[in-house]
Design a protein around this ligand. Structure first.
Ligand code: GLN
Length: 208
C-alpha cells in the first residue's frame, strides 16, 4: 500500500488487453496508475484493474508468471479490484463456455458466460442506467462481451442491458462489468472505483 498522504496508486494487470487505455483514464483522474506483472508489485498498490482482452490468454499468462495465487490472496484480503469484460471473467467464481483448462481467479460469487451476445452481435453500444455510479445514463461499449447469468448472496447487481441481462456487479470491494468504460471517454465508473479504493485506504488507516 502506498503511504497515507501519497496519491492513490492503482495497478493495471498488464499481461494482455486494454492496459494503456485504463492507465490513461486513471491519469485523467489524477491517480497514479502503474502496470503490474510481478507478485512483489502488488504490495505497493491501493487497488487493481483487470482489463478487457482475452480471458483465456490472460489466465494462461497469469499462471505462467506465478501471479494467480498472489492475486487470489490480495483479492480475498480485501484489495479493491475492478474487472472489465475479460477482467470480469477472471473475477467470476464460475465461467461458462470457457476454453479447455481455463481457470479464473474468483472473488465474485457469480456465474458468467463468455461471448454471451453471440457472434452475430460482436460489439455494440448502449446507454446503461447505473444509479450507484451516476444519475444520468452511462454509454457502454460491449465487445464480445460476457454476461452474468446468476449471482450469489452478497452480490449487488449494478446494471442490466435493456433485455434484463446483468452486466455490472459488485461484491464488497470487487467490481465487475461486461463492457469497456476505458474506450469511450466517460470516466464515471473509474471514478466510482477510485472512491472505493480511497475509502478502503482510509478504513485501513483507521485500523493502524
Ligand atoms: N471474449 C473475451 C473473453 O472471453 C472478452 C472480450 C473482451 O474483453 N472485450 O475473454
Amino acid at each position: 500500500m502506498a503511504g497515507n498522504n501519497s496519491p492513490v496508486r492503482i495497478g493495471v494487470l498488464a499481461f494482455q488487453g486494454d492496459v494503456r487505455e485504463h492507465l490513461a483514464v486513471l491519469d485523467s483522474l489524477g491517480v497514479d496508475g502503474v502496470k503490474v506483472r510481478r507478485p512483489d508489485e502488488l504490495a505497493s498498490i491501493d487497488g487493481l484493474i483487470i482489463p478487457g482482452g482475452e480471458s483465456s490468454v490472460m489466465d494462461k499468462l497469469t499462471r505462467l508468471f506465478g501471479m494467480a495465487q498472489p492475486l487470489k490472496a490480495v483479492i480475498s484480503n480485501g484489495l479493491p479490484v475492478f474487472g472489465t469484460c475479460a477482467g470480469l471473467i477472471m473475477l467470476s467464481n464460475t465461467v461458462l463456455d470457457a476454453m479447455d483448462d481455463q481457470q479464473s481467479l474468483g472473488g465474485l460469487d457469480v456465474v458468467v458466460r463468455r461471448n454471451a451476445f453471440g457472434t452475430q452481435i460482436d460489439s455494440f453500444e448502449v446507454d446503461l442506467a447505473m444509479p450507484v455510479v451516476s444519475s444520468s445514463p452511462i454509454p457502454a461499449t460491449f465487445i464480445r462481451a460476457p454476461v452474468v447469468e446468476s449471482t450469489g448472496e452478497g452480490v449487488t447487481v449494478l446494471a442490466r442491458v435493456p433485455d434484463g441481462r446483468i452486466v455490472a456487479v459488485q461484491q464488497g470491494n470487487v467490481l465487475g462489468i461486461s463492457f469497456h468504460p476505458e474506450v469511450n471517454g466517460d470516466s464515471r465508473i473509474h471514478a466510482y472505483f477510485v472512491d472505493l479504493v480511497r475509502q478502503h485506504r482510509l478504513s485501513k488507516k483507521d485500523k493502524i
